[in-house]
Design a protein around this ligand. Structure first.
Ligand SMILES: [Mg+2]
Length: 343
C-alpha cells in the first residue's frame, strides 16, 4: 500500500469534523479556529533511526536541529509562525548521555531560533532504534492561511531555492567517498541541518498574492502532485528552470547519477512550493528583495491532472515529456528517491 492510500483509508474512518476545524487530514497542518481572526496550526513528524538518519554520520546536535526544522517547515508551508512544540523521544535503554546532551542542545537551540517553546512530551524506551517525534503548534491570521487547494490553471509554479541538495548529500554519505571539492560539503549540510523558510512564508502569506502553498519534503514530483490533486489541476515543470546549486552536477558526475532525479525525486528540500497569478510575478519578485530569500518560477498550473516534466522545450516529441506524478519519496514503497533515502 502506498502512503497516500494509507492516509486516505484512515481519513475515511475519521469523524465528520468539528465546527472549529477548518482543515483536517490532507494539508501540511491541521487548521483550527482560535479566535474570530486567528487560527492554530498543528503538525507532527517522526524521524526513525536507519530510515531517516544514520548516527554514524549525523552529529546529535544537528539531528536535534533537524527534528525541529522539518516540523517547523510544515508550519511555514501554511504561512504561519511556530509557537509551541512537544517532543516524544524513544531511546534504547542504554542510550549514550553525551549523544542526548548534544541532541537536546540542538533541539532547544533550534526551538529558540524559530521562536517556539518546548512545553512537554513523552520519553519511552525503544529497544531497537531511536525514534524522534515532534508536534509543533503554530499561529497565524485566519484570512492569510495558504492551503494546498487554491492553485488555478494559468498560475505560475514557484520554488524558494535550489533543489536536490540534501538528496545528493545523503548519497555522498552513503557512498562513503567524498571528492576533493570543498563546496560539496554544503550538500551534506543540507541533509544534516535543513532550515525551514519561516520568514519567507510569513511574507508570502501576508502579501495576499499566493494562491496555494506547501513545503517540499518528499520531492517536487510527489509534493506538487499532492498540491495539484487538492486543487483539481495539473502542472507542467520545465527542467531547465529548476534552480540548481552549481556543484550539484559535480556530485552527480562523481556518483554517476542524474542531477534532475535528485531535484525532482530526492526529497528533504524543505523549500516552499507555491503558485500565483503570472500577472503578479513582478510584485512577488519585488517583495522578495525585502528579505534574504530567492524565488524561482519553474512551471505552470494547467487544467487536467498529473505533473509533467519537460526536459527540452526546444524539441517536440513525447520523449521529452515525462509524467512524474508521485515519483518522489514514498514512505512505504521504493520509488525514485526512496532508495536513496533509506540507508
Ligand atoms: Mg509538508
Amino acid at each position: 500500500m502506498k502512503e497516500r492510500d494509507l492516509i486516505e483509508q484512515i481519513r475515511r474512518l475519521t469523524g465528520s469534523g468539528s465546527a472549529d476545524l477548518l482543515q483536517g487530514i490532507g494539508d501540511d497542518c491541521a487548521v483550527i479556529e482560535k479566535t474570530a481572526e486567528t487560527v492554530q496550526l498543528l503538525t507532527m513528524d517522526t524521524l526513525i533511526e536507519s530510515i531517516h538518519f544514520d548516527c554514524s554520520w549525523h552529529p546529535p546536535k544537528k539531528l536535534g536541529r533537524k527534528v525541529v526544522a522539518v516540523n517547523v517547515s510544515d508550519i511555514a508551508a501554511m504561512g504561519g509562525q511556530p509557537v509551541f512544540a512537544l517532543l516524544s523521544l524513544g531511546l534504547p535503554a542504554d542510550f549514550d548521555d553525551q549523544w542526548l546532551a548534544g541532541f537536546s542542545a540542538g533541539l532547544t537551540g533550534a526551538c529558540r531560533e524559530y521562536g517556539c517553546l518546548l512545553i512537554g512530551g513523552d520519553t519511552v524506551c525503544s529497544p531497537d532504534r531511536r525514534a524522534l517525534t515532534l508536534t509543533v503548534i503554530g499561529e497565524m491570521k485566519k484570512e492569510q492561511v495558504l492551503y494546498r487547494h487554491g492553485a488555478r490553471p494559468g498560475d505560475t509554479v514557484w520554488v524558494s531555492g535550489p533543489l536536490g541538495l540534501a538528496a545528493a548529500g545523503l548519497d555522498l554519505f552513503r557512498s562513503g567517498e567524498m571528492p576533493d571539492i570543498p563546496e560539496l560539503q554544503l550538500l551534506q549540510e543540507a541533509h544534516l541541518d535543513p532550515h525551514a523558510r519561516v520568514g519567507l512564508a510569513v511574507l508570502l502569506a501576508q502579501s495576499g498574492l499566493v494562491h496555494a502553498m506547501m513545503d517540499l519534503s518528499d520531492g517536487l514530483a510527489t509534493d506538487l502532485s499532492h498540491l495539484c490533486e487538492q486543487s483539481n489541476v495539473g502542472a507542467r515543470i520545465m527542467a531547465e528552470r529548476l534552480p540548481d546549486y552549481g556543484k550539484l552536477t559535480a556530485a552527480a558526475d562523481f556518483l554517476q547519477q542524474d542531477p534532475i532525479e535528485w531535484m525532482i525525486s530526492g526529497g528533504e528540500d524543505y523549500e516552499l512550493l507555491f503558485t500565483a497569478d503570472p500577472a503578479d510575478s513582478k510584485k512577488l519578485l519585488k517583495l522578495i528583495t525585502l528579505c534574504d530569500y530567492a524565488i524561482y518560477p519553474v512551471g505552470s498550473i494547467v487544467e487536467g491532472k498529473g505533473v509533467t516534466l519537460i526536459r527540452d522545450p526546444g524539441e517536440k516529441g513525447s520523449d521529452h515529456e515525462q509524467n512524474i506524478s508521485y515519483q518522489g519519496y514514498d514512505h512505504f514503497t521504493v520509488v525514485g528517491g526512496a532508495s536513496s533515502r533509506t540507508p
